[in-house]
Design a protein around this ligand. Structure first.
Ligand code: ATP
Length: 202
């Protein structure tokens, strides 16, 4: 039986926080593969300043190039419409019914996952993993895990190093003409420059 994780998000752009946490969680949970799934339209995020699906996919592919345990999937971008996680999990389950599915998300998303569309489907298909985003939210996450378990969810809170980087910060730094080389891999940095993403002009 394969342990497969879905890691969804806007990835606008993908950054070192996403990459390091995906690698750390894969090791800690013994995941066979991690699918990075950029959303077409994330239902839980504001949509302004969103790079194209094609650009976000390309940056995700560059970020995990050469590491076969990580696959970038275009399933949500191809499906279009609102990128509901329950639909993506249903599709993954239909493709590989014997896989054990894990759903990776940061603490911010973990706090609201019971309010997403069809949480009961999400909870029946995947183990929900809440990843700390800052050092003081462990108790809050544990409490949320308890609430989710009363709703039928299986949860994990991986003990991974906390990284405070966000895509918002990277977009702001680009717009201000600041250096982002410590926040994204060199290949992603080059792509952003080449395609003039997130610059003040466009
Ligand atoms: P934005 O700043 O645009 O809201 P983001 O940095 O939160 O973006 P997303 O693409 O929305 O990035 O994130 C995808 C997933 O990764 C979400 O579940 C989010 O909580 C999680 N995540 C992003 N950055 C971190 C981080 N530094 N630590 C832990 N989880 C993170």
């Amino acid at each position: 039986m394969m342990k497969t994780a879905m890691f969804g998000g806007s990835f606008n752009p993908i950054h070192n926080g996403h990459i390091q946490l995906a690698k750390a969680v894969r090791k800690q949970l013994g995941l066979d593969r991690v699918l990075i799934v950029p959303a077409f339209q994330p239902p839980h995020k504001e949509k302004s300043g969103m790079a194209s699906g094609e650009a976000r996919l390309a940056m995700c592919r560059l970020a995990f190039e050469g590491d076969p345990a990580f696959e970038v999937s275009d399933m949500e971008i191809r499906r279009q419409g609102a990128s509901y996680t329950y639909l993506t999990l249903e599709e993954l389950h239909a493709q590989n019914p014997d896989d054990e599915l894990y759903l990776l998300m940061g603490a911010d998303m973990f706090m609201t996952v019971h309010e997403w569309k069809h949480p009961e489907i999400i909870f029946s298909l995947a183990v929900v993993c809440g990843i700390p985003r800052n050092s003081d939210n462990a108790a809050v996450l544990a409490k949320q895990a308890q609430l989710l378990s009363t709703l039928g969810a299986h949860t994990r809170i991986p003990d991974t190093p906390v990284m405070t980087v966000s895509s918002t910060r990277i977009r702001a730094a680009c717009a201000a003409g600041e250096d982002i080389s410590a926040l994204v891999p060199p290949s992603v940095h080059a792509y952003i420059r080449e395609h003039q993403l997130y610059s003040a002009q466009g």
